[in-house]
Ligand binder design. Structure first.
Ligand code: GLN
Length: 544
């Protein structure tokens, strides 16, 4: 029987509920339980795919091709469990499903209402595909009191009555602020938040109190008393030194123990935390450091490149080095006076990440050229690989080489594709069609040339599977000039039509990939491309 843990947040947003959910799942997993984490997002977009990274941070793509909330990235990185389409639901999707059914006439003349129709749809989502699991953690986006999240709260309230008595648990994450003038921690916001939750019919079993100062015993008891929770179930959650310390830190504070106790589980195995201890050891005791420049567009907001940031750190863990990341706006390389060398020379590696639109593309191409000419390790991801191919074509004399994403061009080195093969068969779309959900999305195989550098990076693998999220492809018709310039096509889609990876054999480390390897990297299992890139940067750091 799967048990359900509902995680809500109170007082303010950005308390790190996603990280908390991921850490709790990791702790339960460390005790041998099978876990899965789900995210309920109250906003009205059907999925975050069309939202600007500035609005909502990175869009995290799953193997089965869903565009989901970035919290699913945390979940996957902390548990190693591959996220699925069925792990993220939004109000938009709930309403879309209901309205489609209403139009078909499936409600047989009934009035369609928030209760029971919307709440039923939410409940159905929460309890679907859970047969082989021990714990399902459901994180509700937003903060208690938001109008948008009310149907989700109501669905939880109902589920808590409908499922078995000890089958559900409510964990509420709150803030205990420190008022410097008074020199005191204040529990009132937590009391208010719990009262608000109680007014919706949900009594929390465990409170996780985010705080910048240790929570004195007296305050803990006060919270317990006013909030109707056992004192031991009031867990202080001090700011962690790193996100990788959160699982062990919450364990020391008793989070997993109190959760199990609230479920009435007394015979749980002790957790094996060696995986996390090793990650922390590597993270806090680096034996060197490298500096990687990420030349992109959304550099003002690091959440826009969340998985990339993490994967680079993982590359550092694999090599026992600290990775300093310099976020560089590609546009600064586009003016007449831009001094690209001054900016890029101090770097040990240059990465051009995924992205959309023309803005900054010239700066990205210039960065590719700098890395190529100066033999600085270079890693191009998705748009970054496309830029590497355009750079090679331009260097081969095709001066107008460009991407149709940036407008009409005579030399479409990168162009839109309207047909491709997936496991489900031939996929088709129109060039001017909808933007939402129409990209090549999710896991696709790539066939690697057995003699290539990239195959060696993957331990000699000839077939790999990686996640995609793009609308345009490198145009294989330009293979000849690009390869003449020294950029080889080393990996292809299984039908041999779409270039998947490129590399420069005359360069210490120059790799471009059409997919997003950062989505599958984990702290305890760094992705080989990031491990390899950071290793090459370490070599470079010894040269400069
Ligand atoms: N904009 C490019 C495309 O759609 C690249 C996308 C990406 O980097 N994720 O093909």
């Amino acid at each position: 029987m799967a048990r359900f843990i509902f995680i809500t947040g109170g007082v303010v947003s950005s308390l790190g509920k996603g990280l908390m959910a991921a850490s709790l799942a990791a702790l339960l997993q460390a005790r041998g339980y099978k876990v899965r984490i789900r995210k309920f997002d109250p906003y009205l977009n059907v999925d975050p795919g069309t939202m600007s990274p500035y609005q909502h941070g990175e869009v995290y793509v799953t193997d089965d091709g869903a565009e989901t909330d970035l919290d699913l990235g945390h979940y996957e990185r902390f548990t190693g469990v591959s996220a699925r389409q069925s792990d993220n639901i939004t109000s938009g999707r709930v309403y879309q499903n209901i309205i489609q059914r209403e139009r078909r006439g499936d409600y047989l003349g009934a009035t369609v209402q928030v209760i029971p129709h919307v709440t039923d749809e939410i409940k159905k989502f929460a309890v679907s595909e859970v047969d082989d699991l021990d714990f399902v953690l459901c994180e509700i986006g937003g903060t208690v009191g938001d109008i948008e999240s009310l149907p989700f709260m109501e669905a939880i309230r109902q589920l808590r009555n409908e499922l078995e008595p000890q089958q559900t648990l409510s964990v509420h994450v709150t803030l205990v602020p420190f008022i410097a003038a008074a020199g005191e921690l204040k529990t009132k916001p937590t009391q208010h938040s719990v009262r608000e939750l109680a007014a919706l019919g949900i009594k929390p079993d465990v409170l996780l109190c985010r705080t910048e100062h240790p929570l004195p015993d007296g305050e803990r008891r006060k919270i317990a008393q006013f909030c109707n929770v056992r004192p031991e179930a009031v867990i202080p959650a001090l700011d962690a030194r790193s996100i990788y310390s959160v699982p062990t830190q919450y364990h020391e504070e008793g989070l997993d123990e109190q959760v199990l106790r609230s479920f009435g589980i007394t015979d749980a195995p002790e957790p094996d935390l060696s995986r996390w201890q090793d990650v922390e050891d590597r993270y806090f005791n680096p034996e060197g450091e490298v500096t990687i420049g990420v030349v992109g567009k959304y550099v003002g907001l690091q959440d826009a490149y969340k998985s990339l940031n993490e994967a680079l750190v993982h590359g550092g863990l694999a090599n026992r080095v600290k990775v300093n990341i310099e976020w560089i706006d590609a546009e600064i390389f586009e003016g007449e006076e831009s001094d690209i060398a001054a900016q890029l020379e101090p770097l040990h590696g240059i990465l051009v990440p995924g992205g959309f639109g023309e803005r900054g593309s010239e700066g990205k191409i210039a960065s590719v050229r700098f890395a190529k000419d100066r033999k600085v390790p270079f890693f191009g991801i998705c748009l970054g690989m496309q830029m590497a191919c355009i750079e090679a074509a331009q260097s081969a004399g095709i001066s107008e080489a460009s991407s149709t994403e940036f407008g009409e061009t005579k030399e479409p080195v990168v162009g839109i594709i309207t047909e491709w093969m997936s496991e489900e068969g031939l996929q088709q779309r129109e060039a001017g069609g909808d933007l939402g959900g129409t990209m090549r999305l999710g896991a696709y195989d790539a066939m690697l040339d057995g003699n290539s550098h990239i195959s060696a990076i993957y331990g000699g693998a000839k077939t790999i599977s990686e996640r995609h999220r793009h609308r345009y492809e490198v145009n294989a018709a330009y293979r000849e000039p690009i390869e003449e310039n020294g950029l080889l096509f080393s990996g292809w889609s299984p039908d041999g039509l779409l270039p998947e990876t490129v590399e420069r054999p005359d360069h210490p480390w120059f790799v471009g990939v059409q997919f997003h390897p950062e989505l599958k990297s984990k702290p305890f299992d760094p992705h080989p491309l990031f491990a390899g890139f950071v290793a090459a940067a370490l070599e470079q750091s010894r040269l400069v």
